[in-house]
Design a binder for this molecule. Structure first.
Ligand code: NAP
Length: 298
């Protein structure tokens, strides 16, 4: 029987409705909305599209949104000046610098300059550390946070089960492993994290009760690489050429969806799976940051 499909689009809609109430309450008690600043350097079309989606989501929830667009040739010091300004701005509770950055700018220097309390992407080392030790005050990275939310809201038990993560990036794979290993809902799993040097990837993925794939390779995971009944969460977003589409491409995940669906019990689609959840978690982090900054000022 084909797997049940978890719709990230539907789930994110529900989360947004919950957040909308929280944003209203915040506005009523504080007198101003939670504020999110997005910083875009250069004019990469994919980055522009991501920033547009984030801005739209914030505005739709009644948040204040400021979009800062900077020339690709900007220096690191100039960009640091913008971050300092946003760190000091009381209308801004969340700062997001859209990655990737041009080569003259050291990504880590920028990410570390964002005040940890406004680091809604959860990439600052303070938040990475807090998340790793299970501190609930941590602002955790939005994509793995979205995956955990999907598992919990779908009633998928992680406790004591074997979760295999494909990919070890700082923004998805590593924090994903850390969250699954942590205690509480969405955690308490036995975790394997794989990467490009992992030998015989299929021998690991076949052991998974829950398989989370974030490699950036279309159709990396095929039906013969999973065991019957596995829960598959596909984080990958890849552009593959498709002349039947107006844009000349379509988006696809890292999992060969049609064939893996026949073996799995639960699977997420691409698009419409983890992507919308990531944006919902960014909004959730912005509200969380606004509340905690407001508490700290009281
Ligand atoms: P990344 O930084 O390129 O990392 C990819 C990871 O996958 C690396 O750790 C790499 O190993 C590993 N890998 C690549 N090929 C592999 C293979 N054949 N076998 C095992 N491991 C392999 O990418 P990322 O930022 O984590 O993103 C991963 C994917 O998720 C991309 O498609 C991206 O577009 C997507 N994504 C989606 C969302 C969303 O909201 N839906 C958010 C973020 C990312 P090494 O470290 O050894 O090189």
């Amino acid at each position: 029987m084909a797997a049940e499909i978890i719709s990230g689009t539907e789930m994110a809609r529900t989360i947004r409705e919950e957040l909308r109430i929280g944003v209203e309450e915040f506005k009523r008690s504080v007198g101003r909305p939670p504020g999110l600043a997005t910083v875009l350097v250069g004019s990469d079309p994919a980055s522009q599209a991501y920033v547009r989606m984030k801005k739209r989501a914030a505005v739709d929830l009644g948040m204040y949104s400021r979009q800062i667009e900077l020339d690709r040739e900007i220096t690191e010091d100039e960009l640091l000046g913008w971050i300092e300004g946003l760190n000091a701005d009381p209308d801004i509770h969340g700062i997001l610098v859209q990655l990737p950055l041009p080569p003259q700018i050291r990504k880590n220097r920028i990410l570390e300059a964002i005040h940890p309390a406004k680091d809604v992407d959860g990439f600052h080392p303070i938040n990475v550390g807090r998340m790793a030790v299970g501190d609930p005050a941590a602002l955790a990275p939005c994509t793995p946070l979205g995956v955990v939310e999907m598992l919990v809201r779908s009633g998928i038990q992680t406790r004591g089960r074997h979760a295999v993560v494909v990919g070890r990036s700082d923004i998805v794979g590593k924090p994903m492993g850390s969250m699954l290993l942590g205690t509480g809902p969405g955690g308490d799993a036995t975790v394997t994290v794989t990467h490009i040097l992992t030998q015989d990837l299929a021998s690991h993925t076949r052991m998974a009760d829950i398989l989370i794939v974030a490699a950036g390779h279309p159709s990396l995971i095929t039906a013969d690489m999973v065991k019957p009944g596995v829960v598959v969460i596909d984080v990958g977003v890849n552009r593959v050429a498709d002349s039947s589409r107006e844009k000349g491409y379509r988006l696809t995940g890292d999992v060969a969806f049609d064939e893996v669906r026949e073996v799995a019990s639960v699977i997420t689609p691409v698009p419409g799976g983890v992507g919308p959840m990531t944006i919902a978690m960014l909004m959730s982090n912005t509200l969380k940051a606004a509340r905690s900054l407001n508490r700290a000022m009281a």
